[in-house]
Design a protein around this ligand. Structure first.
Ligand code: F6P
Length: 342
């Protein structure tokens, strides 16, 4: 059996751990051969592949990024994309394909598998933790730890100058990173994309924190938006690579806080620091288990499935369900955390 592996979409700590889990079990237990496609769907589209064997995966467990490279290439949007992929898989004698990715990458795998008969297995990945079919995605824990450490550090500098420090974290559609790191880091305000915020309310929380003789930390997810009438922040225009860019809610909010409270405010945008570097122990554990279970799906011919975490078990769900619904923060959970605001 010859199996192809690819990593698509934004990179994420733990991708290499998945690849290693797949290859180690596949070679050692089942005697399979592996081919790694380069840069997500671009690899099978252009026939760009490398050999994946035991030496190729040695030492990659703690390494961030992906040894296969990644891209946001979508073969469904490319002329003749499906035919080219099928031809290249046939040329390389690939009998199964494991796609490790987020919504877009797995969406392509679901269609290839369901509509075009390509035997695919999916592994969910995103630091945003917003895929509904799995309790957690690997990469999320690492991102939360990085953001929490940053918040811890920002507390001391905020206190020294009695300033407001606004921390912008990733999370375009869901506020999981903001919520978890904000709670873990003892933030005084947490703003998430799921609930539009009222700038005056934020300023009240900031002021009450100063009144208690402490400096406030405001954690804001990059996709958070003020209520109507405050300002339209999102620059939804595409950049020259066709990617959506959000335009700095953190910077905007710090200026508004200064204007409305008269207190000095600064912004730290954590950005891609949250995605880079070595995965946490939890993410290595989860990613490795996903890899081991993905190769078992191949072994059993259980295609069109994605591996997922439910409680402490790894289960299989239809690939089509994997991308059907975004997992957003429940308003009740947000309300629960709100006891710490101000
Ligand atoms: O999906 C993960 C994510 O990190 C989002 O939180 C973020 O908005 C996006 O990727 C940024 O991706 P890039 O800069 O690679 O386009």
């Amino acid at each position: 059996m010859r199996v192809g592996v690819l990593t698509g979409g934004g990179d994420c700590p733990g991708l290499n751990a998945v690849i290693r889990g797949i290859v180690r079990k596949g070679v050692q237990e089942y005697g399979y051969d592996f081919v790694g496609f380069k840069d997500g769907w671009r690899g099978p589209l252009e026939g760009d592949a490398i050999r994946l064997d035991i030496p190729a995966v040695r030492g990659i467990l703690p390494r961030g990024g992906t040894i296969l490279g990644s891209s946001r290439t979508n073969p469904l949007k490319v002329q003749d994309g499906i035919r080219r992929i099928k031809d290249n898989l046939a040329k390389q004698e690939i009998q199964a394909l494991i796609a490790i990715g987020g919504e877009d990458t797995l969406g392509v795998a679901a269609r290839l598998s369901g509509e075009y008969g390509v035997p695919c297995v999916g592994v969910p990945k995103t630091i945003d933790n917003d895929l509904s079919a799995t309790d957690y995605t690997f990469g999320f824990d690492t991102a939360v730890n990085i953001a929490t450490e940053a918040i811890d550090r920002l507390h001391t500098t905020a206190e020294s100058h009695m300033r407001v420090l606004v921390v912008e974290v990733m999370g375009r559609h869901a506020g999981w990173i903001a919520l978890h790191s904000g709670l873990a880091g003892g933030a005084n305000v947490i703003l998430i994309p799921e609930q539009r915020f009222d700038v005056d309310q934020v300023c009240d929380w900031v002021t009450s924190r100063f009144r208690a003789s402490y400096a406030p930390i405001v954690v804001v997810a990059e996709g958070a938006m003020p209520k109507d009438g405050d300002m339209v922040l999102k620059d939804q225009s595409l950049d020259s690579f066709g990617h959506v860019r959000l335009s700095g809610v953190g910077e905007w909010l710090a200026k508004e806080i200064e204007k409305r409270t008269g207190k000095e405010a600064r912004t730290t945008v954590l950005g891609h620091v949250q995605r880079g570097g070595t995965p946490s122990a939890f993410d290595r554990w989860l990613a490795t288990r996903f890899g081991l279970h993905a190769i078992d799906c191949v072994r059993e011919g259980d295609f069109g499935k994605m591996v997922a975490l439910r409680g402490t078990d790894i289960v299989r769900v239809p690939l089509a369900d994997a991308t059907a619904k975004l997992k957003t923060v429940d308003p009740k959970l947000y309300e629960e955390v709100g006891v710490f605001f101000g």
